[in-house]
Design a protein around this ligand. Sequence first.
Ligand code: HAM
Length: 421
Amino acid sequence: MPYIAVKGTKDIYKEEAEAYSYVESVFSSIASLYGYHEYRTPVLEYTEVFQRSTGESSDIVRKEMYTFLDKGNRSVTLRPEFTAGIARSILENKLYASEDLPLKVFYYGPAFRYERPQLGRYRQFNQAGVECIGVNSAEFDAETIALATSILNALGFKQLKVKINSLGDEASRNAYREALKHYFGAHIDSMCEDCKQRLQLNPLRILDCKVPEDQEIVKGAPKMGDYLSEESKARFNKTLSILDDLGVDYEIDDGLVRGLDYYSEVVFEVASEYGALVGGGHYDGLLKSLGGPDLSGVGFAFGEDRLVSVMKDNNLLLNSKHGLDVYVMPIGEENVNKAMMLSEEIRHYGYAAESPLNGGKLGSFFKKAIRRGAKFALIIGGDELAQGIAQLKNLESQEQVSIKLNELEKELNHYLDGEGE
Ligand code: HAM
């Protein structure tokens, strides 16, 4: 084969493509219920947008970005995540000044990280997420977490557990960083090269190290909870108590730090019975770091690829197919045009319809209808057509009825909607 897809990318088609649009439509309709509006930013941003906000010490910025010089010698990057680009756009368009705050936006689309491709990890992957920007409150943090669980509930996940932690305010994080520097400083000679760099850049990142020997050392590290300021402790407790009121099930995970530099105060992941699906948190310095006003935000993103594959493995995609409602079958070449006209009429009534435009035999039409997942066959031809009637056959139950073509819409509503469509 002469050409293959770029390593770490994949083609998405047929049922899988439908599954993605199903996830996106459930996601956007639930986000709309919470007052969020769609936001689209470019895939390409100037590199500094991510360096300054996603963070110089994050693995994403240090190792994983698709960065290149364009023909004008400007350094540009394919977005590794959406939050930084949304913040850049809100600042550039001054939406924080012209719109009511908080700005509540949702987005979905491709993102790019140069990671080692493995099951569920790609170099081009798809994220769907939200940002609620401009208000600094435990209430909005909690509501955003509730939204993440509502979306997963609507997609059919049942046993959701929010893992939650507080990274505290800047003073808390500075105190914690000092404690980590002290602790890891004593072990750093036996740790990996990455951790040696992390100790200099941001010792918090060491907590995410995946090297097994380093993880043993990480286990003994000081805990964030012991370094939270009184304000951050109170704020965290308030978030937890609102989550209690909203009936969101959570578990405090004091090892959860998340790998992006912009987080402060609450960070969270939502796991289902099939593992972690969503990650997010609150951020304070992000807009300021991009030269804007000191506005806070909170948000999350889930990886659509992992979500779709988990849903597929666990039969949660049953509602996602846009199957064919009616396959219109002409008996005889002379009725091919009539089948085409009837298909068009059926589509106007809101049902998916197709017909074999190149003609053929009835037996082959049935095989084709079944292969295409059609629910009904409409068989037209012969004397019946002259009398204004046709046969509607339910391809599952095999029941067949005669219907009047001049009452087609009524007949279809009756038989197709009666099927619980
Ligand atoms: P993140 O945890 O880096 O957060 O990414 C969110 C989700 O994207 C992950 O949970 C994962 O499912 C998916 N993901 C990341 N990398 C890959 C990959 N290489 N292949 C497949 N899926 C991947 C963020 O990106 C933050 N912007 C979330 C956020 C929004 N925080 C506040 N607002």
